[in-house]
Ligand binder design. Structure first.
Ligand code: SF4
Length: 225
């Protein structure tokens, strides 16, 4: 099964509990105003296969507490998402949860998840809403809902359903790939601009629209779906 991904990474510590494998889907047509993952909007890039994904992440699974699938919009590749979830569930072993971020309303994705019992443990649904407060743990805006779908999901996420982001360490995952620097996590309002200013002061050129910096290095921010 082919699919289009933006990136794979381990460890991700800011999008779900513990040290996680991060799988970012490529392609999102929702275009939420204020999205800082604009680099994941374009469709048709990053073609790979479920088998190739599994080959890459197999190196990390023994140390991972769970897997976070984000984007981009995972449900815009719904057949590939199902195939990937089926393979992950079969191969990752017990005790590792599968968390999906989707910008779609829960009511739209729930029918898919109802057909996939046991494949996902938790889902954070709904689009990023720039005007909404940003107080809840692991959510980019407070309109986003955390759904618990399995016993493991309940065990691991119940305490977080209404928990405030203050309960978590103030952190972003910062990663270097060649001459590119990118971040995962959910920055506080305004902190992305501060990061851009800081990098600009260090001599990195900045582009205005997508939170990325271009020049000798760049920063991309694949954060909340
Ligand atoms: S916030 Fe998520 S759902 Fe919204 S446009 Fe960005 S990638 Fe798409």
């Amino acid at each position: 099964m082919r699919l289009f991904l933006s990136r794979l990474h381990f460890p991700v510590t800011t999008l779900g509990p513990g040290r996680r494998v991060g799988i970012w889907f490529q392609g999102c047509s929702l275009h939420c105003p204020g999205c800082i993952s604009v680099d994941t909007w374009a469709h048709g890039q990053g073609e790979t296969t479920v088998a190739e994904v599994m080959r890459t992440i197999s190196l990390w699974l023994a140390e991972a507490d769970g897997i976070t699938l984000s984007g981009g919009e995972p449900f815009e590749q719904v057949d590939a998402l199902q195939a990937l979830l089926e393979t992950l569930r079969r191969e990752i072993g017990p005790g590792k949860d599968l968390l999906i971020y989707s910008g779609q309303p829960w009511e739209k994705i729930a029918p898919h998840l109802a057909r996939w019992p046991g494949l996902a443990d938790a889902v954070i649904s709904d689009p990023f809403l720039r005007s909404a407060p940003q107080t809840l743990a692991w959510r980019g805006s407070d309109n986003q809902r955390l759904h618990l779908l399995s016993p493991l999901g309940h065990e691991r996420y119940t305490a977080w359903q209404h928990a405030l982001r203050e309960a978590l360490p103030k952190a972003l995952d910062v990663c270097f790939e060649g001459d590119t620097l990118w971040m995962a996590g959910i920055p506080d309002p305004g902190s992305l601009a501060l990061i851009q200013r800081t990098l600009a002061e260090a001599g990195y050129a900045s582009t205005a629209t997508d939170g990325s910096l271009e020049g000798p290095s760049s920063i991309s921010v694949p954060v909340f779906a």
